[in-house]
Design a protein around this ligand. Structure first.
Ligand SMILES: CC(C)(COP(=O)(O)OP(=O)(O)OC[C@H]1O[C@@H](n2cnc3c(N)ncnc32)[C@H](O)[C@@H]1OP(=O)(O)O)[C@@H](O)C(=O)NCCC(=O)NCCS
Length: 308
């Protein structure tokens, strides 16, 4: 995580907002924002820690999949940069499924391993949404935080079910970057910091997450009661609470860290997973549901049995 902690009160110094508004509408009290650190440094550290924790070295990694929405480079892919930093020697690819990127990366990693082509895959989520929001727009900038997290997947049968969806819905959430001048282009390009219709995203998030969770539970013949933890994308505490109420499950099954991280896009679930693992809260044999949603509109959910 970046070292700079930005509280709601710090935001209210330059925005027409308040700790009271942000806390009650979102559950967020503070977020980390990249200031003196860099996304590359943080992503390198997360990758090396995950590889070490898996009892491996970077040379044992057969593929790197990086979920990243934005960074300084359009080419090469961010994963190519990190591969060099960690001194791995394997093919790399980036994917952009916005906040659902971790679920999409898991899907590809699991498929690659199941195909027998590779054994160990590094999935890295490296996100810096602070560089796509307009810091004068209180509707969006208060919601996000920066962060990175990595996991290593290896052979096994922990994945019980994984399900992804995409509906082409641009208007509720998008960011357009400026392209270079081209003398042959006559139509003006779009160029906008993150635009969001919060109410539409809220409704899409709740309905799609509930549908996805229903699908993966059905596929695995499990009931919500049999799941130990639901790790949901940390976008808004009220979204998490609404989903929990629909599922009629106790609060303890929905751990969250949105209060201190904000929405770190695709890094939010693996950051939470790492915290719970290091605090000894999730244990080997626990059944865990993951569920995320994001711009696209993309969604994904999985059931896994924690094997570490
Ligand atoms: C953004 C969100 C918190 C807004 O909550 P809400 O309940 O829809 O908002 P409300 O209707 O209570 O309030 C809207 C009002 O608050 C104002 N407002 C917006 N942001 C504000 C802020 N940071 N501080 C103070 N006021 C703010 C708006 O201007 C609007 O004012 P108006 O009614 O005078 O036009 C909520 O819609 C949300 O979380 N949506 C999902 C967003 C998300 O998860 N995005 C990422 C997906 S990956």
């Amino acid at each position: 995580m970046p070292s700079l902690v930005v509280s709601n009160d710090m935001l209210s110094e330059f925005l027409d907002t308040s700790d009271e508004w942000i806390s009650t509408r979102t559950g967020i009290k503070q977020r980390r924002i990249i200031s003196n650190d860099s996304l590359k440094e943080l992503a390198t550290k997360a990758s090396l820690q995950a590889i070490e924790d898996a009892g491996l070295t970077p040379k044992d990694i057969d593929f790197i999949i990086c979920s990243n929405t934005v960074n300084n480079y359009v080419v090469p892919a961010f994963s190519c940069i990190i591969q060099g930093e960690i001194e791995a020697n394997c093919p790399c690819i980036d994917l952009n499924a916005a906040c659902t990127g971790f679920m999409y990366a898991l899907y590809f990693a699991e498929s690659l391993i199941a195909s027998g082509k590779v054994k160990n895959v590094l999935v890295l989520c490296a996100e810096e949404p602070s560089r796509i929001v307009n810091w004068n727009d209180r509707n969006t900038c208060v919601l996000f935080g920066d962060g990175t997290a990595a996991v290593v997947l290896t052979e096994g049968n922990s994945f019980k079910s994984i399900h992804l969806t995409t509906q082409s819905r641009i208007e509720p959430l998008y960011y357009q970057r400026k392209l270079e001048y081209n003398p042959f282009v006559n139509n003006p390009d779009g160029d906008a910091p993150l635009v969001m219709n919060g109410k539409d995203v809220f409704k899409l998030a709740v309905s799609s997450s509930l549908a996805d969770i229903g699908t993966v539970l059905k596929k695995t013949d499990l009931l919500a009661e049999e799941i130990d933890f639901f790790l949901l994308h940390q976008a808004n505490m009220r979204i998490i609470e609404t989903i929990r109420e629909f599922l009629k499950q106790p609060v303890e099954k929905f751990p969250h860290n949105i209060q201190k991280c904000g929405n770190t896009s695709s890094a939010s679930i693996p950051i939470l997973l790492d915290e719970l693992y290091r605090d000894g809260i999730i244990r080997s044999g626990d059944k865990i549901v993951l569920s995320a949603f994001g711009a696209g509109f993309t969604t994904g959910a999985a059931v896994l049995e924690w094997a570490k």
